[in-house]
Write a protein that binds this ligand. Structure first.
Ligand code: ZN
Length: 149
């Protein structure tokens, strides 16, 4: 299962590898073997949330020789290219979301993210926005913990 580019830069999961290469090129990123390998690792399992550290481990297990810094840089380049969305979940650690469509998240115990459909969250009120600014995006993170007995 490999991402497909529908409209804009929203990857879904059924077409070939060529469009990933095209998308990387469009974003000004050379489709190097390392980048293509990482894209394949990222999208082969369907929508998910992954940290740079976890992807680095996966790459090592898959026999790909690259540094954590390389993985980290690639993730940021993919994010800028619109292939991924970056989520700051627990302050220190960033997660990268392969689902770039608008949606929100449950965060369980500070590290496990589950998608929440955008339409299941309603924002009733918003603060005044500083002058000259507009809202780019609203991300809701609903933090969960096990129920107290
Ligand atoms: Zn998500």
């Amino acid at each position: 299962m490999i991402p497909r580019i529908d409209t804009g830069t929203t990857p879904t999961y059924s077409r070939g590898y060529d469009c990933i290469e095209a998308l990387l090129r469009q974003a000004g990123l050379r489709p190097t073997r390392q980048r293509l390998s990482l894209v394949k690792l990222l999208f082969a399992q369907g929508p998910r949330h992954v940290s740079a550290e976890a992807l680095y481990e996966e790459a090592r297990r898959a026999g790909l020789l690259m540094s954590l810094a390389t993985v980290y840089n690639a993730l940021h380049q993919f994010t800028e290219a619109g292939l991924l969305r970056e989520l700051a979940a627990d302050g220190a650690k960033s997660y990268f979301d392969t689902n770039v469509a608008h949606h929100h998240h449950f965060l369980i115990d500070g590290h496990r993210l589950i998608d929440v459909a955008a339409e299941s969250v309603a924002i009733a009120a918003l603060p005044a926005i500083p002058e000259g600014m507009e809202i780019a995006r609203i991300d809701v993170v609903i933090r969960l913990k096990p129920k107290q007995a």
